[in-house]
Design a protein around this ligand. Structure first.
Ligand code: G4P
Length: 322
């Protein structure tokens, strides 16, 4: 895959989160409703094992409502987990988050037993937007907490509701290839780290298979011929239709790819979700199988190298006689 993933200051974030987890009652994890599983953080799942979790499917206004309902059910069936869908800028966001959190940890309330919550999310998922919307005009108390990380803030959403905000954190590894492409399409991965043409082709491939009518409507394509097009034919069509052309009228694929990605991110193609729980399970299974195969191959090569490097067994006097 052409996506380069840079762990960057992930270790710092990991330490800060692990430290803060010791003194919170639950975790709010913000996910992108257009790709809920891809935007889940495996490292957080590991660190926060045993803590109640609220999964917020954010950007629900851009996601396919039917699929959002399926994802909510999927997360709600997990132990000690609640899930709600939000549009981070909506006015009721704070009330919804507080109500869902209180339902999850009812025994923490009152000024002497405040509900302490850690909010996490991958970059670009909408955490700042949500926090700003929650703070509103109210002058909430915020402040740096020494010893954890300079960027950590404690927000007082109610007298007995403390929200700890951590800096965004990255993945240790994207093991599901499709998930990497989905994150890239959604804008969670910096532009410099990906090949936009490849990401747009993957996106078009998914859309032509699952959201064909939306694609046809957005790009004014005839229903019959375009229903047989492959991803590259779609990209060529978009280039021609939008005038993304180079000298001699040749399609400018890079420009067309940028157009498609921007359209998707802005919700111009329609309300779309790039994965279902079932698809995710299939991708995950495939990825784990591939990992296991690679590991086995690596180990076999290592064993072979060791075998070659090992000194030849000495000939016994009897061998010499033969
Ligand atoms: P982060 O702190 O998690 O990194 O994300 P941030 O809030 O900065 O949001 C990233 C982008 O996602 C912003 O758009 C923001 O407006 C948009 N966004 C956040 N929540 C929602 C939501 O629920 N629905 C929709 N449709 N968009 C959302 P941007 O284009 O990067 O910035 P701006 O043009 O809004 O300033």
């Amino acid at each position: 895959m052409a996506i380069q993933w840079f762990p960057g200051h992930m270790n710092k974030a990991k330490k800060a989160i692990a430290e803060r987890l010791k003194s919170v009652d639950m975790v709010v994890e913000m996910l992108d409703a257009r790709m809920p599983a891809s935007s889940e953080n495996p490292l957080l799942a590991q660190l926060a094992r045993g803590k109640p979790k609220l999964k917020i499917l954010n950007k629900q206004d851009l996601a396919d409502p039917e699929r959002t309902a399926v994802w909510l059910e999927y997360f709600n069936s997990r132990e000690e987990t609640r899930s709600i869908a939000l549009d981070a800028s909506e006015r009721q966001a704070a009330q919804k988050l507080i109500a869902a959190s209180r339902a999850l940890v009812p025994h923490r309330s009152g000024i002497d037993k405040p509900l302490r919550v850690l909010i996490c999310g991958i970059p670009n998922v909408g955490k700042s937007t949500l926090i700003n919307a929650m703070l509103g005009k109210k002058s909430a108390k915020t402040g740096n907490e020494p010893g954890i990380t300079k960027a950590e803030q404690r927000l007082l959403l109610a007298d007995d509701f403390w929200l700890y905000d951590t800096p965004g954190m990255l993945w240790p590894k994207i093991i599901v290839e499709e998930g990497g492409y989905n994150l890239a399409a959604g804008g969670a991965i910096g532009r410099n780290a990906l090949d936009e043409e490849e990401v747009a082709l993957e996106l078009l491939d998914y859309l032509r298979r699952h959201y064909l009518p939306l694609l046809q409507a957005r790009y004014g394509a005839d229903k019959d011929p375009s229903s047989h097009w492959q991803d590259d034919q779609w990209l060529e069509w978009v280039a021609k239709k939008r005038g993304a052309l180079m000298g001699g009228g040749r399609p400018n694929y890079q420009k067309a790819a940028e157009l498609v990605l921007t359209d998707f991110r802005d919700g111009q193609i329609g309300r779309i979700t790039l994965e279902t729980p079932q698809q995710w399970e299939t991708w995950l299974k495939k990825a784990r199988q591939r990992e296991a195969e690679l590991k086995a191959q690596r180990e076999a090569r290592k064993a072979e190298r060791k075998g070659q490097a090992a000194p030849k067994p000495q000939q016994s006097p009897q061998d010499m006689e033969d």
